[in-house]
Design a protein around this ligand. Structure first.
Ligand SMILES: Cc1cc2nc3c(=O)[nH]c(=O)nc-3n(C[C@H](O)[C@H](O)[C@H](O)COP(=O)(O)OP(=O)(O)OC[C@H]3O[C@@H](n4cnc5c(N)ncnc54)[C@H](O)[C@@H]3O)c2cc1C
Length: 454
């Protein structure tokens, strides 16, 4: 008898099937192929290219986050994220220089304090962070001007406010997460294992079949001993459809950018308002657009799971599961004056006529001499951060999250800094896979002596 679906010729049993070919899924494919003894792994991606959504170079801020200039990170969080950031640099440095230079980039970076209060805050932060971040410097106005003249000078004169910056001047700070994802796939495919890449295959369903899972696309059915879903906001949709993670809803926050002519030499962040759940805008060199500076991202609540895909509105309504609790969490956020004003401002950033003027106000905190005509909305650039709402704790989760029912399937939802932490997350995924499948995992590479991101 060969009449069951699992017996069909098209069925193939993989040790691990990864759903989603962003930088997170690609990092896991690489790590499984390189550091475990598993023999058969596959990655299924709905688009014809990897890294077409949030991991595409144009759709994120291209930052290797270390927590040193991100003032919304505590020291504890910064040290954790930096460990993953160091893995990215370690990975890229083991490639040929030509390949490495397509992935990681050296630019100076700093976080700028403007006015007495922010300057004092940064001086204190310097004392706390300096022992852990050897390359960190505290810069005064003259020193800032030497690195970033446009931050200090207006018509040849110094701007009047007190300025201080925490800076790191000679490390890898920018990255193309798209070429990184592509490189992970290429490296995984050099292994002697079965590493199947299935591009252009939207996964339709995931179903448990005995101890395995059946992953179905329009073209084929695969069986997997373990499934990792790294499909951005769609990870939550898959989980919900399997009756898992129903305690979570989602608040997608879109991020848009503006281009200006090149006014900065490196990355300039600003001090975070600690009442706001999202990072303040920053100015960055765009590694895909030489001679431009990119300002942003904005933070606009948007009912889409993918920024440039209107069809994902329906998917979003399915994961939202709007009820009293979710409404309560949203209302609690809205009640805070700073958050409410921030939401209104970000909505206004989308309105013709006022949008550029309003954005200019924020961008001038970084480069005071910017003019309206310098700003150009970055069309088609930007992504969506799928922030989870925890119904049980009645709160918005600010970082990434994983849903792991402990039975051979795992769902990763990775807003920022999920690209920086892709290898660190892959390590955590493999530890769970190891527990479940009993495979070997050589962790030496992940635990290598910490190096500066230099
Ligand atoms: C504006 C903005 C700025 C950011 N800046 C930074 C930054 O500077 N540094 C940083 O570390 N992080 C940053 N992030 C976050 C970062 O972009 C994400 O954490 C990271 O890209 C997530 O990678 P991923 O692979 O999980 O998701 P994605 O890159 O979104 O990939 C998910 C993949 O799943 C696929 N998929 C979805 N549904 C299916 C299906 N049914 N079948 C098959 N495949 C499917 C999608 O096509 C997609 O390729 C930023 C995000 C935004 C929005």
């Amino acid at each position: 008898m060969t009449n069951t679906t699992t017996d069909r010729m098209t069925d193939r049993i993989y040790d691990v099937v990864i759903i989603g070919g962003g930088v997170a899924g690609a990092a896991l494919l690489y790590a499984l192929a390189t550091f475990t003894d598993l023999k058969r792994v596959a990655l299924v991606e709905k688009y014809s290219q990897v890294a077409s959504v949030n991991s595409k170079a144009t759709n994120n801020s291209q930052t290797i986050h270390c927590g040193d200039i991100e003032t919304n990170y505590s020291l504890e969080k910064a040290l954790k994220v930096r460990r993953s950031a160091q893995m990215l640099v370690r990975y890229a440095e083991q490639l040929s220089p030509a390949q490495r230079d397509q992935i990681i980039y050296r630019f100076p970076k700093m976080v700028l304090g403007v006015g007495a209060q922010e300057c004092e805050f940064l001086r204190q932060r310097y004392e706390t962070f300096k022992p852990h971040f050897a390359g960190m410097q505290l810069l005064d106005k003259v020193e800032i001007a030497a690195v970033e003249p446009s931050v200090v000078k207006v018509n040849g004169q110094d701007r009047p406010e007190e300025l201080v910056a925490l800076a790191v001047l000679d490390e890898y700070t920018a990255i193309n997460y798209g070429t990184l994802a592509q490189s992970f796939i290429e490296q995984a495919q050099t292994s002697d294992k079965t590493v199947d890449l299935k591009l252009g295959y939207p996964v339709q369903t995931i179903e448990p079949v005995g101890e395995n899972y059946r992953v179905t696309t329009a073209a084929e059915t695969m069986l997997a001993r373990f499934v990792v879903v790294s499909a951005g906001g769609h990870s939550l949709l898959f989980a919900h459809r399997m009756g898992i993670g129903l305690e979570y809803s989602c608040l997608p926050i879109a991020g848009n950018f503006y281009f200006t002519p090149q006014v900065l030499n490196g990355k300039v962040y600003t001090v975070q308002n600690d009442k706001l759940p999202f990072a303040a805008i920053h100015g960055d060199p765009d590694i895909t657009m030489p001679n431009k500076t990119r300002f942003g991202p904005t933070a606009l609540p948007l009912p889409l799971l993918e920024r440039h895909n209107l069809q994902t509105l329906i998917d979003y309504l399915e994961v939202l599961k709007l009820d009293q609790t979710v409404t309560g969490v949203l209302w609690d956020l809205f009640k805070v004056r700073d958050i409410r004003n921030y939401i209104f401002k970000n909505i206004a950033f989308e309105m013709p006529v006022v949008n550029r003027r309003l954005f200019l106000n924020d961008a001038r905190k970084i480069v005071p001499s910017l003019q309206l005509e310098d700003l150009e909305f970055a069309q088609g650039v930007g992504g969506v951060r799928p922030q989870l709402i925890d119904r049980t704790q009645r709160k918005l989760i600010l970082g990434q999250a994983e849903i792991d029912p402990g039975n051979g399937i795992r769902f990763n939802i990775t807003p920022s800094p999920g690209a920086t932490t892709c290898l660190g997350n892959a390590e955590q995924d493999i530890l769970r896979i190891q527990q479940h499948l009993g495979c070997k995992f050589d962790r030496t590479w992940f635990e290598a002596e910490s190096i500066a991101v230099s």
